[in-house]
Design a protein around this ligand. Sequence first.
Ligand code: TYM
Length: 337
Amino acid sequence: MENSFQNEEKKIILSGIQPSGILTIGHYTGALRNWAAMQDEFNCYYMVADLHSITVRQTPAVLRKSTLDTAAMFIACGVDPEKSILFIQSHLPEHSQLTWVLNTFTGMGECSRMTQFKDKSANHAENINVGLFTYPVLMASDILLYQANLVPVGEDQRQHLELCRNLAQRFNNNYSETFIVPEPYIVKLGAKIMSLQDPSKKMSKSDSNSNASIFLNDDDTTIKNKIKRAVTDSGSEIKYDESRPGISNLMSLYYIATGKNYQAIEEEFSGAGYGDFKIAVAEAVAELIAPIRDKYFSVRKDEKALKEILTYGAEKASIQARKTLRKVYKKVGFVNF
Ligand code: TYM
């Protein structure tokens, strides 16, 4: 397989998704949709973040399967292995190696301020491990190893990216220019899709209520039923308003599926009720997901080909990862091996 990655002039993108369950429409809107759109303009590295996912206890066979499911979903959402480098994070030891070095540049206070650490510690009180604590340092290593300029993510990752930028600057200031300081790339619309059952919280693949999330492999009927059952706010007008998160969330989904902005949606549904609007959203979202789901099942069927793509991706990624790590080891004073 060949890939068109050799253009040195293009800026670099890196992003990742944890393989901790079937991906939702939130992953699509916050990340994957943008990943696919950026492939021609940038040199892109996209990885399945399996090292991150073991900060919460996983069943080994399930993790192995989810890792491949997640990679197949990247391709189903339009990530093209001939344009971008697709790989599994644990295939590259450099991610863990750089994390160790950056751990020594990270304050305990910085990690304890991370909202995701606080949330996850509350949700997994029985297993608040050190990995969960240094999770954002591993994420910084993922990004800095590839000298990424831009990191396309959803809103919930903004704080982690801020830490990454601080670590890059701190390291550069302490030694000399080593890392590119990356910028977050967070789209305005769709960067935070909320739960269909509780629009005050983020839609998540691990929600215990499966009606709360639209999964990218849900069938048409399931999608339509979930949207029809979505919790809405009091009132009946189809109008975007942050104090009415239920209807606003459905409007975001309709925007993602149709490309119509909020004003156009408000005009289209002026005088209509929630019932009519939900039917339209349900139809549009089902239409959006159908080709993704079909492609996902066809890619996932050929596990051998999928693994070949990931092996090839890891080999390609390791060229840059080794180069950065060598530079870092030299700067901190390790004897050349
Ligand atoms: P993760 O696996 O939780 O989510 C992956 C990506 O999907 C986005 N996302 C959403 N966007 C909008 N609405 C939602 N409801 C929603 N749910 C998820 C997330 O913002 C994210 O962009 N730590 C990261 C994975 C990671 C990473 C990296 C990302 C590891 N290393 C390096 C960027 C760069 C995470 O747990 O994402």
